[in-house]
Design a protein around this ligand. Structure first.
Ligand code: GLA
Length: 724
């Protein structure tokens, strides 16, 4: 990765600027150390996509956007041209980036270049309809060091009449014309998130989306496309990730003219956003990049970008602490004595953040009551939370608290006071899922209430961390207080207000950290990641299932934000794996423990103490290093992942054997990302390394590889390499 990056320093140095514009050819060239992206103005004023791929440096190499001819009356030139941000108008029959309806019913929209502005690494290209003052500003931000390009659009109604927007996308991306493309994407469901899929891109359209009001478990807003020849560490990969935690949509379209177009932004399903004269609508941010070193290269690019440019605090943000969460130990039966006892046990293991989960508030003794009543339950905590928090702090741990602020149970004081606060169609039955309803966060009063509740908790108590949950999706999405034509703003305003609440909370409580959870991985995307410190990838903590969930998760998201717990067995699937296997699985992200410590034996606690101490030695490498997925649980009975610290001084390898067959030895593991001339001190956890030399060269480790003695079912080991 680092070596590859050096190759690209040449073009960047030659071009000096990340954004160039040629007056003569009317072409923009946007360049990072891994990619270039070019757009041009055609003679008819349309703005067209020209290039996306490996870095270029010479403006003069790029031809201007050429005019095309109609192929036939059925195949007009508009269908052949790769318009950078196509409006729905004229003879355009493909997926538009913008579709509007005017008050008088006119729906034609043809966008032409109006002006542009370059400021540092930002480019704005303004487009305008050929007749009406409907303006679109395309925003581009180039991250030259990170290899990422960010796009979105602002739509402005400059006319004197209201408009309704029926489709507002963030960007259309074009692959070089060609055949054989493959789409890689993530799907899932509750407890089975981020499953990796790869399939040919055929003619027609593939839709990845959420209609559920949150990001959803079913699809994650990330894609990768290759020419059918890319692997984990080789081949060209174009990838992108959409930053929106509500209804989103990404379409991958292959036309009859060999175009491959990826369009993404607000989901068009049930979308109707009214725009009064003078009003604007900003579409979600859409990030994209290009890698010449396969899916591994693509994900390392995204990981680094997320750590340094997306997460709150960026480079300065602290490493994730080792966490303990009480949920699986106590469920709703929390009280001061019980939590204190768990906290003492957790502290002895080396835990740094103690999180009390559900059950501490209102009449919350099961999932049928209490949501919405965010005051401390007086039976469970007669003196409030201060006693417990002081105790936890006294044990040198931070304190964290579970909340689910967007929800309400019918059996709650909040619902009795404000039945109109929930999302609903008034004359229709409303679905309760997990006995709860969704508050209409799009309403200003609801937003202020939720902000007020959390602000009060964070102000009153020494709370370092909220686990922010959302345990159901939106249904029957009515907002009866508004006119029918305004109601569908809910989809957008809900998410905006959610973001605003979190942003304001963080501004008022700079020490506060937040984990995004939505029944597991239902709200993981680059929009929420701009404002939370970690996410909960899945309620499924069964270690073998987790290996696959984590493999998919890390395609798009950094290990640092991947909360991973060690829990008790037998777990999901009725499966039992050894405690070390569970620890090593969870140590590949932000380590947490969710087991019932009251049931642990002394031997379990000894293993945990040893593993947590080990984790602290390697955590910086896991959380901020480069990840190489050396062997996949989908294709092999051995899963291997390797992390290399940013300075190259430490590398850690995790290896898991799921099920040995025919007494076959584990395969040789070839390491990556090391310095071939350097010597590494080799330290194996549990003596399962067959190569007994205490030191090995980078060349040997990468070319001859290492052998591990993993046998039977669910065997595992870790190897730490320290550069000498
Ligand atoms: C969700 C979360 C769990 C736990 C429960 C509490 O299911 O994913 O981790 O917090 O809610 O009710």
């Amino acid at each position: 990765m680092r070596r590859n990056a050096a190759l690209f320093l040449i073009p960047l140095a030659l071009s000096a600027q990340a954004i160039q514009y040629s007056e003569s050819s009317r072409v923009w060239l946007l360049t990072t150390r891994q990619s270039s992206y070019a757009v041009g103005i055609a003679a008819d004023g349309a703005v067209r996509h020209l290039y996306w791929g490996a870095p270029l440096w010479r403006m003069d190499d790029l031809p201007p956007a050429a005019a095309r001819r109609d192929l036939s009356s059925f195949d007009p030139r508009q269908m052949l041209e790769n318009e950078e941000f196509p409006g729905w108008g004229g003879p355009r029959y493909y997926e538009p980036a913008l579709k509007v309806t005017r008050e008088n019913g006119d729906r034609d929209l043809v966008l032409k270049y109006a002006s542009h502005r370059i400021q540092g690494n930002d480019l704005d290209i303004a487009l305008k309809d050929i007749r009406d003052d409907i303006q679109v500003t395309l925003h581009y931000t180039v991250y030259p060091e990170h290899g990422i390009l960010r796009r979105n659009a602002t739509i402005r109604n400059g006319t004197a009449h209201p408009l309704t927007i029926e489709s507002a996308q963030s960007a259309a991306w074009y692959l070089p014309p060609g055949d054989g493309y493959q789409l890689t994407y993530l799907t899932g469901r509750w407890a089975a998130e981020t499953q990796l899929n790869r399939e040919p891109i055929h003619e027609g359209m593939k839709v990845l989306e959420s209609r559920k009001g949150h990001t959803s478990h079913n699809f994650n807003p990330w894609f990768a496309i290759d020419r059918g020849d890319a692997g984990e560490e080789n081949g060209r990969v174009w990838f992108g990730a959409l930053a929106w935690s509500g209804n989103w949509r990404i379409t991958v379209e292959r036309t009859a003219y060999r175009q491959v177009r990826v369009t993404g932004g607000f989901n068009t399903f049930d979308f109707a956003y009214p725009l009064k004269p003078g009003e604007t609508l900003d579409t979600p941010l859409f990030y994209a990049g290009f890698s010449e070193s396969g899916f591994g290269g693509a994900s390392r690019t995204l990981h680094r970008f997320e750590r340094e440019e997306v997460l709150p605090g960026g480079k300065e943000s602290r490493l994730r602490p080792v966490l303990y969460n009480s949920w699986e130990a106590t469920t709703f039966n929390v009280n001061e004595a019980g939590q204190k006892e768990l906290a003492e046990k957790a502290a002895r293991l080396g835990v740094e953040l103690f999180v009390m989960d559900d059950g501490w508030f209102g009449k919350r003794n099961n999932d049928r009551a209490g949501l919405g009543d965010w005051f401390v339950n007086p039976q469970k905590f007669p003196q409030g939370l201060k006693g417990l928090i002081d105790h936890v702090n006294g044990l040198k741990m931070d304190f964290g608290l579970w909340v689910e602020p967007e929800m309400v149970n019918a059996d709650s004081d909040l619902y009795r006071q404000h039945p109109d606060w929930v999302i609903r169609f008034p004359d229709r039955p409303r679905s309760e899922l997990r006995n709860q309803m969704v508050l209409n966060l799009a309403r200003a009063d609801v937003k202020e209430y939720i902000f007020g509740v959390l602000d009060k908790l964070a102000g009153e108590y020494h709370i370092r961390y909220f686990k922010w949950d959302m345990n159901r999706a939106v249904s029957e999405p009515g907002w009866p207080e508004l006119a029918a034509t305004e109601q569908r703003k809910l989809w957008v305003d809900y998410v905006r207000n959610l973001y605003e609440i979190v942003d304001r909370l963080r501004a008022r409580h700079p020490q506060l950290e937040i984990e995004s959870c939505s029944g597991g991985g239902g709200r993981v995307d680059l929009g929420i990641l701009q404002r939370v410190d970690e996410v909960w990838p899945s309620d499924n903590t069964e270690a073998f299932d987790r290996l696959r969930i984590q493999e998919g998760f890390t395609q798009a998201y950094a290990p640092k934000i991947m909360s991973a717990w060690v829990t008790d067995v037998p777990n999901m699937n009725g499966r039992s794996t050894p405690l070390v296997f569970r620890f090593l699985t969870a140590m590949q992200g932000a380590l947490g423990i969710g087991a019932n410590l009251n049931r642990w034996t002394q031997q379990d606690s000894d293993v945990a103490t040893r593993m947590i101490a080990l984790y602290k030695r390697i955590r910086a490498t896991v959380q901020t290093g480069d990840l190489y997925r050396l062997s996949s649980p989908r294709t092999n009975d051995v899963t291997v992942n390797q992390y290399v610290s940013p300075d190259g001084k430490q590398s850690v390898l995790f290896a898991f054997r799921h099920s040995q067959e025919y007494n076959t030895a584990a395969p040789v593991i070839y390491l990556r990302g090391l310095d071939e001339r350097a010597l590494y001190r080799v330290e194996a956890v549990d003596g399962k390394l067959l190569d007994r030399q205490p030191q090995l060269s980078g060349a040997y480790l990468m070319r001859a590889g290492i052998n591990v003695n993993l046998r039977g079912d669910f065997d595992s080991t870790a190897v730490i390499l320290d550069r000498l």
